[in-house]
Design a protein around this ligand. Structure first.
Ligand code: PXG
Ligand code: PLP
Length: 449
């Protein structure tokens, strides 16, 4: 429950909005705070200030696949705080970060063997962009400065990630500070060709040829890297067409362009493999990660790079800093400790394998909503899914909002963006919980639409 001492602050916030919230309709939230105020969490459920228990359909914001308040993690946090609560990572080191880097590199494909830590997906994306630029420069190819992103892509809110991102509202207010020399591939989502596809669509592979066009237009010698999410998460689970990522890889390799997979959502098991790279059988040069690496409990993100990239940086005088970049909290001991337990629990509880078991259950449950008139499309892959509702006449987003609010009264915490609803349930969900979620959705959609 909300403590008495907190009640005054909550009341004041309603009036003056002292807490300015991220990616939030702040006035709407303040007008209706109680059901949206989370007060506790355990396993796959939140409890809000009205005492309603809510199934966590997106694992927080895609970041808590092991569920909340896992006793092993609680214990690890306490122990680490007592032992080494902070250690500078500039010119000093500590064993937890080293051994976690080693474990993450072991999970990554092939020769991606070196990990640089950040604290979020946004920082990871900006770090990856800087690594790509530095790499080419050190190779004597400083002319390679362009970054290629993709429409509908999300790479966080740093200046680099925002620039390569492809979500219009995230960009338009900040046009004057966009990074130089960025171009975008088209996205691959065309509902007329792929609505209600289960898993990967067969249409759209040819969209990878956009990269050939951009290489022809700008010349390969000016392009540093291509950055894509293997599955576009933020824009409602856009699944790559069969062969699409393979083709991007071929074009990058043929033209000396680095391929960056932003695996902030797809990393650490969500695709039923350690990384999306393995699920789709395509090895990038750089992987970014965040979120699930610490089960969302202590912020952590990072970048995994190949031997070739790392070794390129390890030149020049030995006493010189090779990469002038980093964060106060890079490799934070608390995050590293939690990262270790997360990987332990994932292995011991077989959670990546569990995603493979749950994938068809979620697929069946979500696609079971297809007969509802208001549903325009349903997509899924790994333990992710999304559906779009046809917008209400003249009121785009109204149905999404109504469904979100109905969820809060009926035991579902839903992630609604406009009229799209995305799902990334915890790996610890039971099959029955996924079926119940779909049954509740059917009832609520019918009620509110
Ligand atoms: N890259 C990708 C692919 C992401 O999905 C980021 C970078 C940025 O991470 P940080 O930690 O800086 O937020 C993300 C984050 C949603 C949702 O509802 C998605 C994200 C964040 C919050 C909500 O889909 N993705
Ligand atoms: N701003 C100032 C004034 C700082 O001193 C620092 C770090 O020392 C930063 C920003 C960057 O902070 P962080 O390393 O947490 O990203």
């Amino acid at each position: 429950m909300v403590q008495d001492s907190e009640k005054t602050a909550l009341l004041r916030n309603k009036q003056d909005g002292v807490y300015w919230q991220p990616y939030t309709a702040n006035r709407l939230l303040r007008a209706n705070m109680e059901p949206r105020t989370m007060v506790s969490a355990k396993g796959a459920y939140y409890t809000n200030s009205e005492g309603t228990k809510l199934f966590d359909t997106l694992s927080g914001l895609w970041c808590t696949p092991l569920g909340h308040a896992h006793p092993r993690i609680v214990e690890a946090v306490r122990k680490q705080a007592e032992t080494l609560d902070f250690a500078p990572s500039f010119q000093l080191t500590h064993p937890g970060a080293i051994s976690l880097a080693e474990r993450i590199a072991d999970l990554a494909p092939d020769n991606l063997n070196h990990v640089f830590f950040a604290n979020s997906g946004s920082e990871a994306a900006d770090t990856a962009i800087k690594v790509a630029l530095g790499y080419h420069r050190l190779k004597g190819e400083a002319s390679r400065f362009r970054m290629i992103g993709r429409e509908r892509g999300y790479h966080g809110v740093g200046l680099g990630g925002m620039s390569v991102g492809g979500i219009v509202p995230n960009r338009k207010m900040f046009a004057p500070i966009m990074m130089n020399g960025v171009d975008h591939l088209r996205h691959t989502y065309e509902p007329s060709h792929m609505a209600f596809t289960r898993g990967q669509p067969t249409w759209g592979t040819h969209r990878a040829e956009d990269l050939v066009r951009l290489v022809t237009l700008h010349d390969a010698s000016t392009i540093a890297a291509v950055i894509v999410e293997p599955v576009q998460g933020s824009t409602g689970v856009v699944v790559p067409p069969v062969g699409y990522l393979q083709r991007l890889r071929e074009i990058c390799t043929a033209n000396g362009i680095l391929l960056i997979f932003d695996e902030v959502i797809t990393g650490f098991g969500r695709m039923g493999e350690n990384f999306g790279a393995q699920r789709f059988g395509v090895t990038p040069d750089i992987i970014t990660f965040a979120k699930a690496v610490t089960n969302g409990i202590v912020p952590m993100g990072g970048v995994i790079v190949t031997d070739e990239i790392y070794n390129t940086f390890m030149t020049g005088p030995e006493s010189a800093i090779e990469f002038c970049h980093g964060y106060t909290y890079s490799g934070h001991p608390m995050a590293a400790a939690v990262g270790h337990v997360v990987l332990d629990v994932m292995r011991e509880e077989g959670l990546v394998e569990r995603v493979r078991v749950l994938e068809p259950v979620l697929e069946e449950a979500m696609h079971g909503l297809k007969d509802l008139d208001v549903i325009a499309d349903i997509r899924n892959i790994g333990l992710t899914a999304a559906f779009d509702m046809k917008p209400a006449e003249g009121k785009p987003g109204a149905r999404g909002l109504a469904l979100f609010e109905a969820g809060l009264r009926n035991g579902l915490l839903l992630r609604c963006t406009g009229d799209t609803v995305s799902f990334g349930p915890p790996f610890i969900s039971t099959e029955q919980e996924l079926r119940d979620m779909a049954a509740t959705l059917r009832r609520l959609i019918t009620e509110v639409c």
